[in-house]
Ligand binder design. Sequence first.
Ligand code: 13P
Length: 310
Amino acid sequence: MKNSILVEKINQLRKEKNAIILAHYYQVPEIQDIADFIGDSLQLSQQAAKTNADIIVFAGVYFMAETAKILNPTKKVIMPDRDAGCSLADSINAKDFELFLKKYPDYIVISYINTTAEIKALSDIICTSSNAVKIVESIPKDKKIIFAPDKNLGNYIKKLTGRDMVIWDGACHVHEEFSLERILELKKLHPEAKLIAHPECKEPILLISDFVGSTSALLNFVKNDTAKTFIVATETGILHQMIKACPDKAFIPAPPTDSTCGCNDCKYMKLNTLEKIYFSLKNEQFEVNLENHLIEKAYLPIKRMLDLSL
Ligand code: 13P
């Protein structure tokens, strides 16, 4: 089916069914262009928490749709592709995490939103890349912290806040793959360019970056900064909004180590297509279902984060 026909059908269905489409910045441009709301992980969870829609179509990855379900247990939350997972969320499982937590009984547990509901249920509070500093600083100074699962974000926040933190050894497959050497070569080719990076990148890349922030912070930075060229070290999907917002500026995706792998595209985020969104609305598939006891346990740490992020 042609994209214009798909868009027409999607518009009709979302109206009929009182549905909204939430899309992360890492989605393909044609999905971003039809979304009711585009945002980073925090903005999407805030949007999910306040929607009046009956159906939420989550164009993102599983942990995002799961978070929307935890915030809206009585609503239908659907995903266009049931295999849209997250390498970071996969880098930790509840059984291992429970054993790990036993070693640090008095610690406060902060988990990144890129985790399963089971991990959230074992946590005291959730954070995203845009509020991680604020969340860590909300914990009383005499308390030690466990941060899971992203080691790069964790180490970055540990350095910024100077807090005593034990960090899980997880990482995102996209942000781990950026090549310092190839970025340095690009900087030589474009000496006027500013390097901007997501805090899930490895430390050597963060150290040479002109700005580090969540996807929405990166987008705001390029809108407000005077530079005309930016090397962008995060998933390539964000470039669509950057180009739209700043058509007079140039954006160069930071390269991964392997020049042939296309690893600066998240293989999970990119599973979603317009056609799958159409079928998900039409057939109300693939629904996210969670046990009530899990929803209850995972809700509290998410709510604590949302209350601190107003
Ligand atoms: P933000 O949406 O917080 O920028 O994080 C993106 C993400 O999920 C990276 O893996």
